[in-house]
Design a protein around this ligand. Sequence first.
Ligand code: BES
Ligand code: MN
Ligand code: ZN
Length: 490
Amino acid sequence: MSNPLPIQFHATDLELLSGHTGRISVLADAGAALSPAGRRLDRLMKGALARAVASDAFSKARPGDSLELAFPAGLAADAVQIVRLPKRADIATARKAGGTIGRTHGAAATLILGESHPRAADLAFGVAMRAYEFTAHKSGEKKVLGPVTMMVAAPEAVAKQAAPMAAVAEGVFFTRDLVNEPANVLTTHDFAARLAAMHELGLHVEILEEPELLKLGMNALLGVGMGSESPSKVVVMQWNGGKKGDAPFALVGKGVVFDSGGISIKPAGGMEEMTMDMGGAGVVAGVMRTLAMRQAKVNVVGLVGLVENMPDGRAQRPGDVVRSMKGDTIEVINTDAEGRLVLADVLWYAQERFKPVGMINLATLTGAIIVALGHENTGVFSNSDNLCNAFLKAAAAEGEGAWRMPMGDGYDAKLKSRIADIVNSCGRDGGAITAAQFLARFVKPETPWCHLDIAGTALLKSDTALAPKGATGWGVMALDRLIRDRYEKG
Ligand code: BES
Ligand code: MN
Ligand code: ZN
């Protein structure tokens, strides 16, 4: 993990600017005048900057994109990158502009002329987010992020604005690292150990082992892990920064460290991607880390079910019937519909023990949500318009795609089983919705609840504005904002 927001804020300094030997990024907008420092830089460049800003090419650049001038005359710098950022840019555009800088800069020192741009801190956040790299398993020399300095009119004020953003970046990077990690490294044991280490940040972390889970009656969860050499675990992380005795908000995550499909085994092509099937648990862990890092004044509990779904002589079979902690029996039609079995027990446990004021679960639950929404939006399912709308609003403010999906009795009726109370799989049609209906069976009517199906958004095959290809950390920013805006006091 790289150091989040490794950015120094500095007052504008012409000497530093003219002697800088790395890269210089200048914020400018087409059709607008250059900033004061921009004008000074332009004078050193004998007018080349102003000409570039007035050029056709720059006017065609979209907000957040850039134009590059290599080895500019009159400067010691290797390159001047002109980043198009309107003065009134929203948060997402400012972050995208930062992402453009974070993507293009290598080990060379980067100097950003931020001056009095109102979104300077958001831009800095974007630089850090996009500069993330997962290098844990790369041999040889590792690229290091060159130092980044941002010249701003009020360095202390911007640094103060950026401080809580560093906590968010820490959380997102923690999630990305977990999701990028292969399953031979991130076993249930290793995952739990990384969560336990967050004790240092002031989180209260408990690990429930198999004998305890058996005693609690979590047979739906335990059935999934029977074919694996890695023991199943439930990890409970509590952040109690709010009033003592106030019921917490609950986050619940699917943590399948590898999903082979079990006896209903998946085809070989693409199976390697199923190392990301703990993505829901990864996001829960990332949010808990952010809350602790920024000392949030709120009570939140994060619970994750950590299991591995493998075929074996001891593995669960299609046709098996298991009794969930709630008491409902489940006919396991397909051992590859395992995430809902894990969540059924963890959702129930979360409500029984904590009586949360609200509950959101995240899971890479279905391929069907990718068919429905692609990779742009997470599928949102809810029993509460209130909580759902608040979440959608937070996600929109953070630029994280989220789209509400329908639920209803007609879908629930598909869960009927011949020999048990419900089945865990009922065909392809509306597969993401019937999966959500299954989870809803384990949500008490008094608990406002959202289910986020992140199968299409947790890991991407191509780069985005704020992340290189691989794990995105989708949801950490939106959930942190939801908690801040809706549940935090003071
Ligand atoms: N982990 C998968 C869902 C998934 C698919 C996540 C693609 C990320 C990318 C889940 O456990 C699964 O296998 N779901 C099945 C359910 C079916 C058997 C009812 C699916 O979507 O095919
Ligand atoms: Mn599966
Ligand atoms: Zn799965």
